[in-house]
Ligand binder design. Structure first.
Ligand SMILES: Nc1nc2c(c(=O)[nH]1)N(C=O)[C@@H](CNc1ccc(C(=O)N[C@@H](CCC(=O)O)C(=O)O)cc1)CN2
Ligand SMILES: Nc1ncnc2c1ncn2[C@@H]1O[C@H](COP(=O)(O)OP(=O)(O)OP(=O)(O)O)[C@@H](O)[C@H]1O
Length: 202
């Protein structure tokens, strides 16, 4: 694994952890305000979010608004046998959780049928670092890149839209792009909506 990528990841995760509980709460509310009436969301029927860990921007206040609007929410679960693949299970106020092998809460399996990524309209992804052209640095497991690799294999496969959520302190000038990276369609921070320039649009 590339050393500068590892160092950058460590640095950015550290930066994220210095945000106070208050900063985190405010950022989650600001994110909700920016997205709740956004056409990306109001036009979607099925939206994946994540359960925040390690200082990630908290999408749960947004989930509450989506429930209210009748939009279905999902959370990622590690696929039981497919390497680096995520499945998505429904997220409702009744969902029960258990910790996965990374210590992140995920819905208990068998509560309801998991969905594969192709069936979602919109995916709000966690991230460690981002740049303004849609570059994403994650936790390093390769889960999102692997799960959404079909978007690259099938040109014109626009669904689901991938939108990274991040604190603005997670921005970097330029991320080193790896061959397998799937660019984000946009990044939303507590401050702004940044629309990435997709390679396929050029
Ligand atoms: N909130 C949230 N949920 C998520 C992700 C995420 O990034 N955030 N994932 C996004 O992919 C998946 C889990 N991927 C993860 C990958 C690595 C580590 C991690 O902490 N790795 C350790 C070292 C590796 C190890 O323990 O083997 C570390 O970095 O310290 C955590 C989650 C699915 N769910
Ligand atoms: N489509 C893919 N097929 C097979 N392996 C992949 C694929 N995409 C990524 N990987 C592997 O996953 C590993 C981690 O990738 P990377 O560092 O880009 O993860 P990340 O995007 O930071 O993490 P995550 O998506 O889990 O948040 C890499 O070593 C790479 O070999």
């Amino acid at each position: 694994m590339n050393n500068s990528r590892q160092n950058l990841r460590r640095q950015l995760r550290q930066r994220r952890r210095t945000l106070s509980a208050n900063d985190q709460r405010r950022a989650g509310q600001q994110l909700t305000r920016q997205l709740r009436n956004h056409p990306w969301l109001t036009r979607a029927a099925k939206v994946a979010l994540y359960w925040p860990a390690d200082g990630e921007l908290d999408p749960r206040p947004l989930a509450k608004e989506l429930w209210r609007a009748g939009i279905k929410c999902y959370l990622p679960v590690l696929h039981p046998w497919l390497k680096r693949q995520l499945w998505f299970t429904p997220f409702t106020p009744q969902t029960h959780f258990r910790r996965n092998r990374f210590g992140i809460p995920e819905p208990v399996a068998h509560q309801s049928a998991p969905l594969s990524a192709q069936h979602l309209d919109l995916v709000l992804t966690p991230l460690v670092g981002f740049d303004r052209s849609g570059g994403r640095l994650g936790m390093g497991g390769g889960f999102y890149d692997t799960t959404f690799a079909f978007k690259r294999r099938t040109p014109g496969h626009r669904k689901p839209k991938l939108i990274g959520l991040a604190h603005s302190c997670q921005e970097v000038e330029k991320l080193p792009l790896e061959a397998w990276d799937i660019p984000l369609d946009a990044v939303v921070t507590e401050r702004e909506v940044i629309v990435g320039r997709l390679k396929s649009d050029v």
